[in-house]
Design a protein around this ligand. Structure first.
Ligand SMILES: C[S@@+](CC[C@H](N)C(=O)[O-])C[C@H]1O[C@@H](n2cnc3c(N)ncnc32)[C@H](O)[C@@H]1O
Length: 369
């Protein structure tokens, strides 16, 4: 049986997430808010285990225009909840209303919950639902009067790979870092260096890709507790994926940072991600960094100088990044920053550019090949 899923992704990363699914042989198309795909429940689970750039995998249960509470009630009632939820399911309904006739999120939530409970009680022939069991997070999103009812299969967002315990000053989200790796000129077998490595996110996300580790293999997902999911097949898929790659695959990934505290965090994260002694980081000012050996790719998320007081030093650092590249002939470079003056400070126009968002900050990803 085929189901519809939405792998939600940050604004600007929808296409990157769709491409990841395509590489997994799951046809997908990018749309506002994520990548949509059809497949079996096992495909939905595979997406959870493997996707590096998406935030969550949602099972789409219904989608239809609704303009009144009655229409919303009927739509939610039309879903075969008795096939999805158990008798003791804890039913958590979240919601949002954007540019729609139905404006009150709270009313939409309570009407939807009522519809679910009524249908369940009727179909299961009970007059009480204890809600003491597994949590099923159901979302009612109404945008331009189009209601989309989904069930979250992921639980914790997918960027929670399990290696980051504390966030540091300005860390990149793991999903954005993974997307930067995909969009950068780095390829498996090529050397990678991050001279502003901070808490180590870009290094770790590159290593995960370098060894082809399914990004979610070390964590659990909400759907592993859902009774309707094919539990035996899911266990087998997890085992198959665990055997599908080699943790010891060789790679050349290293980094440095000027800040010893950031380095301490990066070492902790590297260890927690299972790459201790394999990703080397050291304290080093990039202005004096000189690497020997074969050329590779510099992947950098430098300070953006958002505050006026920091802008000057950020721009000086961009000039230094330009000099760093000049000192390293044959190397390629990819830099993300929100500062529109980057190319001017750096001293050269990028060969490629791509608009991305780091949280709410509009950024540009500059590639020098
Ligand atoms: C935006 S943060 C990088 C965050 C990192 N991508 C992460 O996920 O944690 C920028 C980093 O550049 C470092 N930095 C600033 N000036 C530097 C310099 N001259 N040499 C090396 N690192 C520098 C800062 O210490 C900071 O950790």
């Amino acid at each position: 049986m085929s189901y519809t899923f939405l792998a939600t992704a940050a604004f600007g990363l929808e296409g990157v997430a769709a491409n990841e699914l395509k590489r997994m042989n799951i046809p997908a198309r990018a749309e506002n808010g994520g990548a949509r795909f059809e497949g079996t429940l096992l495909d939905g689970y595979r997406a959870n285990l493997c996707l590096r750039t998406a935030d969550r995998v949602l099972l789409v249960l219904a989608e239809e225009k609704v303009r009144t509470f009655e229409e919303l009630f009927q739509l939610v009632s039309s879903i075969a909840w008795e096939k999805l939820l158990t008798r003791d399911a804890s039913i958590h309904v979240s919601g949002k209303c954007v540019r729609s006739q139905l404006m009150s999120v709270r009313d939409c939530q309570s009407i939807s919950k009522k519809a679910i409970v009524q249908r369940l009680m009727q179909k299961l022939r009970v007059n009480r639902l204890p809600e003491t069991g597994v949590v099923y997070p159901i979302d009612i999103a109404i945008v331009n009067d189009l209601a989309r009812i989904t069930l979250d299969l992921s639980g914790d967002a997918l960027n929670r790979r399990g290696y980051r315990t504390w966030n540091g000053e300005a860390p990149l989200r793991e999903t954005l870092a993974a997307a930067l790796v995909d969009l950068s000129p780095w390829r498996k077998g090529v050397r990678l260096y991050d001279p502003c490595c901070g808490t180590g996110t870009l290094l770790i996300e590159t290593a995960i890709k370098a060894i082809s580790r399914p990004a979610g293999i070390r964590r659990s997902f909400a759907c592993e507790k859902y009774a309707f999911m094919p539990q035996a097949e899911m266990k087998a898929l997890r085992a198959e994926l665990t055997d599908s790659y080699d943790e010891q695959t060789d790679f050349q990934i290293a980094g440095s940072d000027i800040n010893p505290e950031a380095l301490e965090l990066s070492r902790r994260h590297i260890k927690q991600a299972g790459f201790e002694n394999r990703i080397q980081v050291k304290q080093q000012d990039l202005r004096t960094l000189q690497l020997d050996g074969e050329p590779g790719v510099f992947l950098i998320n430098p300070p953006y100088g958002e505050r006026l007081s920091d802008q000057k030093s950020a721009r000086e650092l961009y000039r230094e990044i330009g000099l760093l590249l000049k000192r390293h002939p044959g190397w390629k470079l990819a830099v993300i920053t929100a500062d529109p003056a980057f190319e001017r400070s750096f001293g050269k126009r990028a060969s490629k550019k791509r608009r991305l968002y780091n949280g709410r900050l509009e950024c540009e990803f500059y590639i020098y090949e």
